[in-house]
Design a protein around this ligand. Structure first.
Ligand code: AMP
Length: 121
């Protein structure tokens, strides 16, 4: 199993040691605004469990945790008013590892929206 750094910034947010601008929380996930927004709306969603990245999560999380996180993305999008149901849309992505550009070693999905995003590459 991959080693998880208990002192990463999102672990501290989950423990309530540092604040976040919370959007949504349930038994499986916490969602909050990114501190350095790259688009008009830039949210993050993280699992409550200790998973370094998406591969660690898919290898080691329970099915309930996996469903909870994936469904949580839509819950958050609806809450933010950026879901397709609201006639808009958004982008979600997860950076994985060194080449993926991941900086915080606790799995997170970004949600970008609130404006037309254009092509990513
Ligand atoms: P990544 O490069 O995918 O690991 O993204 C990490 C994201 O976490 C970046 O977009 C940061 O702006 C964001 N971030 C770092 N620290 C905080 C924090 N304390 N609260 C909210 N977002 C943060």
């Amino acid at each position: 199993k991959m080693s998880y750094d208990n002192n990463n910034i999102f672990a501290k947010i989950l423990r309530g040691e540092i604040p976040c601008n919370k959007i949504y929380e349930d038994v499986f996930v916490l969602s909050f605004y990114d501190i350095n927004p790259q688009k008009k709306i830039h949210a993050l969603i993280i699992p409550k469990g200790k998973y370094v990245d998406l591969d660690d999560f898919n290898s080691n999380a329970t099915s309930e945790e996996i469903v909870g996180l994936i469904k949580g993305i839509t819950t958050v999008a609806k809450k933010l008013g950026i879901s397709v149901n609201d006639g808009k849309g958004y982008r979600t992505l997860s950076n994985i590892g060194d080449y993926g550009g991941q900086e915080v070693p606790h799995l997170h999905f970004h949600l970008f929206g609130g404006e037309k995003l254009g092509k990513m590459v």
